[in-house]
Each structure stands twice: as structure tokens, then as C-alpha cells.
Design a protein around this ligand. Structure first.
Ligand SMILES: *Cc1c(COP(=O)(O)O)cnc(C)c1O
Length: 375
């Protein structure tokens, strides 16, 4: 018999069945569609959790990023600064708005946008329309430094907190520092609704506008009246029910992810070739994924680890391939300050380890034993 499959990060519904209760309620009131109580409550409850004034529940994290750019009036020919080391969904909406991304290198500490590279980007392109940052794998970026640079230049900041829901920087939730923050509830994220996203902001008027655009820009009239182009981006009431249930176990999931991270850290502490993604000063990551880097001189390469785990029916993955290395984005500029490109180096040396909250001690030990066996 094959070994039990261990996943990188898979959906984990509450053992209490909260999600089912909210869905059941939606069925009983026939609020299956379009909107309804669960959507409103999910927005309120998430906003309360991260301590922000307004939230719009949307179909995905990607659509939330798109709406953030639209709300900032990012349009034809505008420049947007974007980290290179991220998932493509951070960058794609820049193109949806016919704007031009300029990719920025990472720093070694948090693996996120390097404030020095950002400064350098401002020297070359003094008037970007927006800056978007990411908190990769749930580890907050150098938010104070980045925000200070953005404020100095009067450019709004968007936080792609798709991977970092619940992570804090100086005690404040990621996603609440910029003009807009976005979260994702995709299947592999720390909590999931099967698919979905949220746009948050303290700007009530703009969030209301996003709700309007996201429901086909339908004007208040008996007939269908449209003054603006619309989108079908709203979250369904069933999906929002799952989200309300998941929000109740978010703190448990963060605790478990942290335990997984600490278990790996302890297990690999005597292997000098393995380094865990660090926990930078002032941050409390949610440890969505536990990620290691392998010393470039090591005889063991990241691919050896990935293949050895695969043989044991264990899922792992390379670190995100930087956007400036992607064929689809090859024509856009990339700004780095160090001689060596940090994002490329992390891509070459990184491995995302199984961080599934359904793993028990035995499962985690299986992963550890396979990796230790290679060194
Ligand atoms: C998952 C993810 C997204 C996109 O979220 P979806 O809900 O899948 O559209 C955006 N940015 C980052 C960094 C992500 O990891």
C-alpha cells in the first residue's frame, strides 16, 4: 500500500462543523444567491478580526487586487512597483489595467520588497501610480521603511496579504497598513472558502464603489442601467458561509502552522546546509508555509529534496519563480541593488515544505526523516 499522501497545504474545515451550519442557514432561507446575510457578516467579521473599517467580499484574491488598482485609478501607461518574488496574481492585474509593472528585488531578511531597491526604483521612475507589496509565505515585509518611502513620494500602497492573513507587524495586522489590503481564501491558503477574496480599506466610499463595480456596475433603476463597465466579482453567499466558519478557526490554524515551523526548525538545527525562512524583528508571521533554503555549496540540491519527498508521496515545491524571469513579463524592468539578485537566489535555493495543518506528529516526522536522510 502506498504511503499516506502529505500535502503542502490543503483545505481544513473546522471539526465543529461551523461552515456547514452557515451553509445550512443559507439553504434554509434560500439565500443561495445572489448576496445575503453570510456575505455581509463575513465582511464585518473579517474587518473586525483585522481591525479595519470596511471590507468587500469578492470572488478571489486576484479580483480584489484588480479592484484595488481600479479604485486607485491605475490606467493606461501608469507604472506600478511590484515585488518580483511573488505569485503571478500580484502582477497580472497591473496588466488588466493596461499599466506597466516595474519589478523590485527582495531583501534577505523577510524575502519581501527591498526598501533600498524601492528607493532606487523611485530614482528611475519618479511618478509611479501605486506600489504593491507582498508578505510572502506569511512573513511581513519591512512595512515601516516601505511606507515611509511611499509617503515621502505621495504614492499609495497596496498590501497583497493573500498569504499572510493573521500575521502581524508591530502588533498590527498585515493588510491594514496601506490604502488597500487584500486577502485570499483560495484552497491552499491558511483559511479557505474553496475560492474567494477580500478587499479591505478604511475608505468607506471606495469600498462601496468596489461593491458596485463587482456587481456589474448596475445603477439604481428598475431596468438595467449602466454608466460604467462592470465586473462579476462578488462572493456568493454560500462561499461566504464557509468563510465565516473558517474565520472561527483562524487562530487555531496559525498556532498549528507555527508549531509545524518550530518542529522543522528544531529538527534541522544541526544541519548547517539548511536554513529556515527567518522571523524578522517586529513580526509575527502566520507561517502559512514553512520554507527552507539550501546552502549553494551543499551536495544536496533543492530538486533532490523535492524528488525524495515525492517518492514518499509527500508534496513540496520550489519557491516562487520571480516575475522578471517569467517569459510573459520578460519585457518589463527589474530593479535590484545588490550585485546578486536576491529573488533569483531564493528561487534557486528554496523549498516549500509540507505545512498542512492536518498533519500529525508522525506525518511531520516522516517529512523530516526523508530530508535528514539526504544529508
Ligand atoms: C494566492 C495568492 C493570490 C491570489 O489569490 P486568489 O484568491 O487565488 O486569486 C495573490 N497573491 C498571492 C501572493 C497569493 O499567494
Amino acid at each position: 500500500m502506498e504511503n499516506k499522501k502529505i500535502y503542502l497545504a490543503s483545505p481544513h474545515m473546522s471539526k465543529e462543523g461551523y461552515e456547514q451550519e452557515y451553509i445550512k442557514e443559507a439553504f434554509e432561507t434560500n439565500w443561495v444567491a445572489p448576496l445575503g446575510e453570510n456575505v455581509n457578516k463575513f465582511e464585518e467579521e473579517l474587518a473586525e478580526y483585522v481591525k479595519i473599517k470596511n471590507a468587500a467580499a469578492l470572488a478571489s484574491g486576484t479580483s480584489a487586487i484588480h479592484m484595488a488598482f481600479k479604485a486607485l485609478e491605475v490606467t493606461d501607461g501608469d507604472i506600478v512597483f511590484c515585488p518580483s518574488l511573488t505569485f503571478s496574481a500580484t502582477a497580472n492585474p497591473i496588466i488588466y489595467q493596461n499599466a506597466t509593472p516595474v519589478f523590485i528585488d527582495s531583501e534577505e531578511d523577510s524575502w519581501n520588497m527591498d526598501p533600498n531597491a524601492l528607493e532606487k526604483a523611485f530614482e528611475k521612475y519618479p511618478n509611479p501610480k501605486a506600489v504593491i507589496i507582498v508578505h510572502l509565505y506569511g512573513t511581513p515585509a519591512k512595512i515601516d521603511e516601505i511606507k515611509e518611502i511611499c509617503d515621502k513620494h505621495g504614492v499609495p500602497l497596496i498590501e497583497d496579504a493573500a498569504e499572510s492573513l493573521g500575521a502581524t507587524y508591530k502588533g498590527k495586522q498585515t493588510g491594514t497598513f496601506g490604502k488597500y489590503g487584500i486577502y485570499s481564501f483560495n484552497g491552499n491558503k491558511i483559511i479557505t472558502t474553496s475560492g474567494g477574496g477580500m478587499l479591505v480599506s478604511d475608505d468607506k466610499e471606495r469600498i462601496e464603489k468596489v461593491r458596485f463595480w463587482s456587481t456589474q456596475s448596475r445603477e439604481k433603476a428598475r431596468h438595467y442601467e449602466h454608466n460604467e463597465i462592470g465586473y462579476n466579482y462578488r462572493m456568493s453567499n454560500i462561499v461566504a458561509g464557509i468563510g465565516r466558519g473558517q474565520l472561527k478557526v483562524l487562530d487555531d490554524r496559525i498556532a498549528k502552522k507555527t508549531e509545524i515551523y518550530n518542529t522543522y526548525k528544531e529538527a534541522f538545527k544541526d544541519i548547517p546546509d539548511i536554513e529556515m525562512q527567518s522571523v524578522p524583528e517586529n513580526t509575527n508571521p502566520n507561517h502559512w508555509l514553512s520554507v527552507i533554503t539550501i546552502n549553494s555549496n551543499s551536495k544536496v540540491k533543492p530538486i533532490d529534496i523535492i524528488e525524495a519527498l515525492e517518492k514518499e508521496n509527500i508534496e513540496s515545491r520550489p519557491v516562487w519563480k520571480p516575475m522578471h524571469m517569467q517569459p510573459v513579463f520578460k519585457d518589463y524592468d527589474y530593479i535590484q541593488v545588490a550585485e546578486k539578485s536576491v529573488s533569483e537566489d531564493l528561487f534557486n535555493r528554496g523549498v516549500c515544505l509540507p505545512s498542512d495543518t492536518k498533519m500529525d506528529k508522525e506525518d511531520i516526522n516522516r517529512v523530516i526523516e526523508v530530508i535528514k536522510g539526504l544529508f
